[in-house]
Design a protein around this ligand. Structure first.
Ligand code: PMP
Length: 361
């Protein structure tokens, strides 16, 4: 068997021990004689996995008791709609900080529901930086402020979060969840699709402050109601049991290697390997993001000529490095170095980049 290093942005690489355990247990879960994914979600065996997953998320991310943790199907895109439907009441304004494609998509869904304000728009600087506090124009008493902490396509990331003057801060953390500790005192809600740092696609992990949750509208179709998901402990309807099980395995893996402090250390080490090559390349590799706004999860670069980009792509594929082609909207290359990407995978990529430059630069 030859395994490629998978740099895909999502669905993306999962920890090998997680895939191995899942494949061992898929048919006969812990000697029960049937698969976990064939079992009732109301039974004792599944219930244990379900609650353990919630508890592990709380433990690893140090989520305080004044936050609910829920699972909702539909990915982060469903949250783009559920957030304004639940919190953007008539007469209120929601603030959106637009730093790239994903925060723009969230804004567009907010706009479809109610009154929205773009508190900062990165369009003028080609989305190459995160705004400073002084550049953000917040609405007084807004329903919420929304931002995307890591722009998966644009390759930029918030290193710390803005002050919002008591207005709940809602953060799309799809492409960086579980990669660093979070300042819960600043956060109203954090949400993330599972298919990058947690599990296969199919669900979002949602962490919501209890006082914000209380404000969620209840006159919505049932699946769109945060209060129902909370009251029923994410078992209002049939949950995506496979995705939750895989999330459980990934969280156990994070814990086994040393928790968030180890994940953060490895993240920095991996990001440095690639950014150092880019910075020392004398313009052979180009990353146009302001240095302090660079993403440590999705690293983007271009080469000076299109011909070279074609050659680079052929070369990486031969070297067993997969999923490096940049998003179709921006071109170039993107290395998604999520938690499950081993340091050796990133080393293989940085060695390839160095050799390629030496040959073609
Ligand atoms: N937000 C971010 C930051 C993303 O990267 C993505 C998916 N790549 C989404 C939202 C949308 O997630 P989904 O496809 O799960 O709805």
């Amino acid at each position: 068997m030859s395994i490629l290093y998978n740099f895909s942005a999502g669905p993306s690489t999962l920890p090998l021990p997680v895939l191995e355990k899942a494949s061992r247990e898929l048919i006969d879960f812990e000697g029960c004689g049937i698969s976990l994914i064939e079992m009732s979600h109301r039974g004792k065996i599944y219930d244990k996995i379900h609650n353990e997953t919630i508890n592990l998320a709380r433990e690893i991310l140090e989520i305080p008791e004044n936050f609910h943790i829920i699972f909702i199907q539909g990915g982060a895109t469903l949250q783009f709609g559920m957030i304004p439907l639940s919190f953007l009441n008539k007469g209120m304004t929601a603030d959106y900080i637009v730093t790239g494609s994903w925060s723009k998509k969230a804004f567009n869904d907010g706009k479809a529901v109610g009154i929205t304000n773009i508190a900062w728009d990165g369009e003028g600087c080609n989305y190459n930086k995160i705004p400073s506090q002084g550049e953000i124009q917040l609405t007084k008493n807004a329903a919420y402020v929304h931002l995307c902490s890591n722009e998966t396509i644009g390759g930029i990331q918030w290193q710390s979060f803005p002050e919002t003057d008591g207005v709940p801060l809602i953060i799309d953390m799809s492409s960086e969840i579980m990669s660093r500790p979070l300042p819960w005192e600043k956060i109203g809600m954090a949400y993330a699709g599972t298919q990058k740092n947690l599990a296969p696609a199919g669900m979002s992990l949602i962490i919501i402050n209890k006082s914000l949750a209380q404000k969620a509208r209840t006159d919505l179709p049932s699946y769109l109601r945060y209060d129902l998901h909370i009251d029923k402990n994410s078992l209002y309807n049939t949950p995506p049991t496979f995705v939750i099980w895989m999330t459980n395995l990934t969280l156990n893996w994070i814990k086994s290697i040393g928790g968030l402090s180890m994940i953060e250390k490895l993240r920095d080490e991996k990001a440095k390997l690639i950014y150092d090559i880019i910075d020392q390349s004398n313009g052979f590799y180009i990353n146009s993001i302001e240095k302090k706004s660079r993403s440590k999860m999705n690293i983007i670069w271009r080469l000076s000529e299109e011909k070279l980009e074609k050659k680079f792509l052929e070369g990486v594929e031969q070297a067993g490095l997969d999923g490096l082609k940049g998003h179709r909207s921006v071109g170039g290359f993107r290395a998604s170095i999520y938690n499950a990407m081993p340091v050796e995978g990133v080393k293989t990529l940085s060695d390839f980049m160095k050799k390629f430059m030496d040959k073609n630069g």
